[in-house]
Design a protein around this ligand. Structure first.
Ligand code: SF4
Length: 476
């Protein structure tokens, strides 16, 4: 079972490394370890030595999947890796990445973060040509498209396939003697590259993973770019014209990325602090000057915002919730009496910090609305006098088609209800969401970001009747 939470989920974190004379599997392990927050349900790695490619993937955390004996079998200078947020039990391993196949051009492995919105169409085309699939993942569709492509080099095959791929993809691709990284023309998902101390290069979803490996000269892989990592000099090709404006996912800043991530030159922690500052100004307009005694963040991603909120409002910040950081997917069912405890399995309250106080609870988002109410209840049970909820993004009223699982329209509480109705539903004394303008002021960009889950204005046309992200449905 999955402990109930109300966070949107994303597939996934990727890494690719070329490091001559290094234990590249071990480096990939530590890179994946730094990307664990982007997917905790499956992990995988493929390694090549110039001739032979080997792979291991499994269900669970990176440290569970890769034991010392598994690692000792993964030899070579080229590697790609993946951490995955996944779905229900039976499909967990089937959809784990990388996908590795033997092709007429040699072995090939792919790992992907994002979602192709035309994958059903592309999959049908391939099936009509006699191609079979072993999974429901769009990554397998991409792998098959590259394998069947008749162009002369892998770069040309990738460039050719990119003309047909529509949607979000930050990809790492392994052949027997090269690692490629490719980013979609809109730049939906992050992907960055850096120079390793040994002279090789690494590419990863987040700068934090590259810093873990000691990388320097880190920069973003640009939208539409394909980068080849196979010797000390990087080979860079603008394989597809970048979209104008770009459509980077603003939710990376609000929730997904680790606070040490720098994306498009902007540090995530600082954005989150500014989200809190903007929100404090908007709450003040709504509630006046005297509405709270203590700012309590819902850990972990709301902590920087709570600091910013406190700074502007002058209301002291304190810890109120202690989160069990080790709660995730477990295959042990809780007893009925434990199940009833719901979010209390994940959070405890420091009673002394909230008792008799007007609490301002800061959270990064409300998706389905199934944890806000229980969290408020925990605070009230601990003696809070009032609970005012402040959310560091606008209401999420539209699903994501670009790789983030938020469910369908009917799953989203802000699609179904007004802010007042939600406030009543969750049992808060007040509920304030940050405005779209406030959010963009915090990001310090006027455009270039996707905001579709808030505004319903998708940067690429989507079929609103088909919200399945890929070919699967996530149950939270
Ligand atoms: S719809 Fe929302 S979550 Fe999806 S890419 Fe756009 S901003 Fe990100």
């Amino acid at each position: 079972m999955i402990f109930e939470d109300d966070n949107p989920h994303e597939e996934c974190g990727v890494i690719g490394i070329f490091a001559p004379n290094e234990d590249v599997a071990r480096m990939t392990f530590f890179g994946l370890y730094a990307l664990q927050h982007r997917g905790q349900e499956a992990a995988g790695m493929a390694v090549a030595d110039g001739q032979i490619m080997s792979m291991h993937k499994g269900v669970g955390l990176v440290s569970h999947v890769f034991t010392p004996s598994v690692m000792s079998e993964l030899k070579g200078h080229y590697a790609i890796g993946h951490t995955r947020y996944s779905t229900t039990g039976s499909s967990l391993l089937r959809n784990a990445q990388p996908f590795m196949i033997e092709t007429m051009h040699g072995p090939l492995a792919l790992a992907h973060n994002g979602n192709l919105i035309n994958s059903a169409e592309l999959r049908n085309e391939l099936m009509e040509q006699g191609v079979g699939f072993s999974s429901s993942s769009d990554t397998e569709v991409m792998t098959m498209m590259l394998a069947r492509n008749g162009e002369r080099t892998w770069e040309e095959r990738i460039k050719h396939a990119m003309k047909k791929w529509v949607g979000a993809y930050s990809l790492v691709i392994l052949t027997r003697d090269c690692v490629y990284a490719a980013r979609d023309p809109w730049g939906f998902r992050p992907l960055c590259i850096g120079l390793l101390p040994s002279g090789g290069h690494a590419v990863a979803s987040e700068t934090g993973a590259l810093q873990t490996l000691g990388c320097e000269a880190i920069r973003d892989v640009k939208p539409g770019e394909v980068v080849s990592l196979s010797n000390s000099a990087l080979k860079v090709m603008q394989a597809h014209e970048p979209a104008s404006p770009s459509a980077m996912c603003v939710f990376e800043h609000i929730y997904f990325a680790r606070p040490d991530q720098t994306w498009d030159g902007i540090n995530v922690h600082h954005v989150r602090q500014r989200l809190g500052e903007e929100l404090a100004r908007e709450v003040q307009t709504e509630l006046g000057n005297e509405y709270g005694d203590v700012i309590i963040p819902v850990p972990d991603s709301s902590v920087p915002a709570a600091i910013g909120f406190s700074h502007v409002s002058g209301i002291p910040f304190n810890d109120g919730f202690i989160k069990n950081r080790y709660v995730g997917r477990t295959f042990i069912e809780p007893t009925d009496s434990l199940r009833k405890r719901g979010v209390a399995l994940k959070f405890n309250v420091i009673n002394e910090n909230v008792r008799d106080k007007r609490v301002v609870m800061i959270d990064d988002s409300i998706v389905r609305g199934n944890t806000t109410g229980p969290l408020i209840k925990l605070l009230r049970n601990a003696g809070a006098k009032e609970v005012h909820v402040a959310i560091t993004c606008p209401p999420i009223a539209h699903p994501c088609f670009m790789g983030v699982d938020m469910g369908r329209h009917e799953d989203l509480i802000a699609y179904q209800k007004t802010v007042n109705e939600i406030c009543k539903d969750v049992g808060a004394d007040s509920l304030t969401y940050l405005s779209v303008d406030g959010m963009m002021r915090a990001v310090q960009r006027k455009d270039g970001f996707c905001q579709a889950c808030f505004t319903g204005q998708y940067p690429i046309p989507v079929d609103l009747t088909n919200v399945k992200t890929g070919f699967e449905r996530v149950t939270k």
